[in-house]
Design a protein around this ligand. Structure first.
Ligand SMILES: Cc1ncc(COP(=O)(O)O)c(C=O)c1O
Length: 399
């Protein structure tokens, strides 16, 4: 390895460190759960976990664990193959079919992750004659997926329908053959929902397709848990949904795209992360199937999540914290100043509650926050503990 190159790398690392942007991994010594053990200063501390995407608590659900263990016994550890060579078992087809039924789409294709589902979407479906019109706050995987695609690119201001319309017109005036509007269903730094009903109206008016990345909604948003399109009563008008099994649906890994049958078939033929990456491990597939069954069967976990979200929101507001408005279990506590956000998070962690500060470049400069996330697995006592920690630290940071 050339010293010259290593110097170049070390300089970049030093710049990251100096600008306060270094991301350190906090090591856990327990399974993911509402309470986790975390290594800190050479000891292990038990903490209430307020920063996982474990919305329904299914990462720790005994039935999901049992299904995954049985899946491994029945189907083995790994496939050692991509799907189309010798990496498709009936359990993969079962999960694809269950997701299609749940999301009311004709077909579904699994991917190793939703990052891959988004990465392999646009290039497969669009070419240089087409246009993709993307919300400016879309997830990195959508941005990267669009980069891989030759379609004309248009970006609209976050949830700004006038700007979306202007971009649709611009695409038309440049003669785009097909137009695809792409948006996150939920913008995960803010917990804000995309305006899907308005987006679908515009799509209809300008004859565009609609893609929604619903990673922060599938399983727990909408009356039946079908996500943000269900919440906006436009499940039938959204053409393509991408999602993850790595959050509410058990939290292991894996992603999917659900859409019209021919679209999914074209993805199976041409989508590169599907063609050139290993199959999702059967234990994960079996666990996700169970998670989906639990979600589809009743609303107990969703109701609990909603109750916890309302209770925690109200409690934080009573303590005088400023929150972004909303109803999603992502509850951002606004601090604005990056070093204050870090100080607040540090104090809360000291009180046994695991939270993370977010500052630039993850959120805009001057908009630092602590992003908390609720879970159906939290008890009332857990929420009281979290509120007590926020109460104890508030005066130290804000006075
Ligand atoms: C909106 C959104 N899309 C895609 C992804 C990627 O999902 P996965 O972890 O399955 O790759 C995430 C995860 O952070 C996400 O929040």
């Amino acid at each position: 390895m050339s010293e010259h190159y290593l110097d170049h790398v070390s300089r970049q690392l030093a710049e990251i460190e100096a600008s306060g942007l270094r991301k350190a991994e906090r090591v856990m010594t327990s399974p993911q759960s509402s309470h986790v053990k975390v290594q800190a200063d050479g000891e292990q501390r038990e903490m209430l976990n307020l920063c996982a995407n474990n919305y329904l608590g299914l990462a720790q659900h005994p039935k999901v664990h049992a299904a995954a263990a049985q899946g491994m016994d029945e189907w083995g550890y790994g496939l050692a193959s991509v799907r189309f060579i010798c990496g498709t078992q009936s359990v993969h087809k079962q999960l694809e079919s269950a997701l299609s039924t749940f999301l009311q789409k004709e077909d579904t294709i699994l991917y190793p992750s939703c990052f891959d589902a988004n990465g392999g979407l646009f290039e497969t479906l669009l070419d240089e004659k087409d246009a993709v019109i993307s919300d400016q706050l879309n997830h990195a995987s959508i941005i990267d997926g669009i980069r891989l695609c030759k379609a004309q690119r248009y970006r609209y201001l976050n949830s700004d329908m006038a700007d979306l319309e202007a971009q649709l017109k611009a695409a038309d005036s440049r003669g785009a053959r097909f137009k695809l509007i792409t948006t996150d269903g939920v913008f995960s730094m803010d917990g804000y929902f995309a305006k899907l009903s308005d987006i679908c109206d515009l799509a209809q008016r300008y004859q565009a397709l609609v893609h929604v990345d619903d990673c922060h909604a599938t399983g727990f948003i909408g009356a039946g848990g079908r996500g943000s399109p269900e919440r906006s009563a436009c499940l039938d008008r959204v053409d393509i949904i991408t999602g993850t099994m790595g959050k509410a649906l058990g939290g292991a890994s894996g992603g999917f795209t659900s859409a019209h049958g021919p679209i999914v078939e074209l993805l199976r033929q041409k989508s590169r992360p599907y063609l050139f990456s290993n199959s999702v491990a059967p234990a994960v597939v079996a666990g996700a199937l169970k998670a989906l069954e639990l979600v589809a069967d009743d609303s107990v976990l969703r109701d609990r999540l909603q109750r916890n979200t309302e209770r925690f929101r109200e409690g934080l507001q009573e303590l005088g914290y400023e929150l972004l408005p909303g109803e999603h279990p992502i509850i951002p506590v606004m601090v604005y100043d990056a070093s204050k956000a870090a100080q607040l998070a540090h104090g809360i962690v000291e009180h046994g509650v695991y939270v993370t500060p977010f500052s630039f470049p993850v959120v805009p400069r001057g908009k630092a926050r602590i992003r908390t996330q609720m879970s159906a697995a939290f008890s009332d006592d857990d929420i009281d503990q979290a509120l007590a920690a926020f109460a104890a630290v508030r005066k130290d940071v804000f006075n």
